[in-house]
Ligand binder design. Sequence first.
Ligand SMILES: Nc1ncnc2c1ncn2[C@@H]1O[C@H](COP(=O)(O)OP(=O)(O)OP(=O)(O)O)[C@@H](O)[C@H]1O
Length: 414
Amino acid sequence: MIEAVGLTKRYGAKTAVYNLSFQVRPGTVTGFLGPNGSGKSTTMRMILGLDAPTSGRATIAGRPFRSLPNAPRQVGALLDAKAVHGGRSARQHLLSLAQVSGIPARRVDEVLGVVGLQDVAGRRSKGFSLGMGQRLGIAAALLGDPQVLLFDEPVNGLDPEGILWVRNLMKQLASEGRTVFVSSHLMSEMALTAEHLIVIGRGQLMADMSVKDFISANSADFARVRTPDTEPEQREKLTAAIGEAGGQTAPEPDGALRVTGLPLPRISELAHQADVRLWELSPHQASLEEAYMQLTQGVVDYRSTADARAGLQEAPAGYAPQGYAGGPGFPPGQPGVPGQVPAGVPGQGQPNPYAQQAPAPGPGYPPPAQGHPYGGPEQYGAPHPYGQQPAAPMPPAAPAAPADLPTPHHEDAR
Ligand SMILES: Nc1ncnc2c1ncn2[C@@H]1O[C@H](COP(=O)(O)OP(=O)(O)OP(=O)(O)O)[C@@H](O)[C@H]1O
């Protein structure tokens, strides 16, 4: 079991996670949901001992991760599939993990088979697609055959077959009695994979309940009613009758009515009394996505605005080399991709704000020949099996004034 008690994390003045308490139990898949920047990864990092909580605690089987004996045999995690030394092959990567964790080398081929990478096991992982990288990360998580598994966005980049595979894998792991904690933004997928949900918003707990209860608590069941398309007056008669009986109606995009506040037999009775023929009368439950949107609409930090495209008649300075027909910003002779802003064009004025920067090699990366397989400098001495940089020294905690509680944060420091 994973347990968080009063878990809080501040980065300087920023409160990423606040007073979070929950338990993740064995035998079911528990989904971990929340809008962008709500603190899911930070929470997982604290559970895995990669970040130190400002206050509160996170334990696995009753102990902090770092005091678990032989942690990689007890806990497996996929946090950042890119945290792999790209110069190594998939097999070498897994072998080095197995070696530091005392796992027999033959287990590497087993997990390569489980994730379907056996045919590319000798290829350098830097040439891997996003989905292949995810599969390699999942293989690493399974290496020690652990009882507790954490997956941060495991289906990211996977094709439909891969998504189905991950869904079945999670369920199978849980059915074997393991604790499976998985974050995702794909609601339809979560609805099919998880039985229990923990939902956070701005670092705070918003819901901790079964998927079924979550949907009924955050959405209203409704009926879809359809009258003959060719007789709009029938629809109007029924709408009036439903309103008089205390129900509410809303139009559906296909011309049907969404009715709430009345049971199906009562709607049928009203239609009969009003002499309205029905083409459809069916019960509906909102989707997990609708329930999730309903619950989290007030705690979303990053909202899009309409794209006015003002001033695009004239290409902005630095983006439109003259004589190029492929679109603003693309260098002459290079085809532009509609809707995609190109990387900065050397010598063409201002840098492209959207250009992807290659990650700067951090201290200790690429990994040293010996020791920690991912090469992050270790704060605690023992190698950490999940590879990301250990927690930077904590900045002084901001005073716990009310103003410091999670507030809309519009910047993302990463
Ligand atoms: N090392 C850090 N320094 C400063 N702020 C950080 C750091 N790590 C995370 N944060 C901030 O903490 C908040 C929570 O981030 P976190 O990555 O945990 O969210 P998330 O729910 O995993 O988001 P997403 O769904 O987008 O992956 C964000 O506002 C983020 O900018």
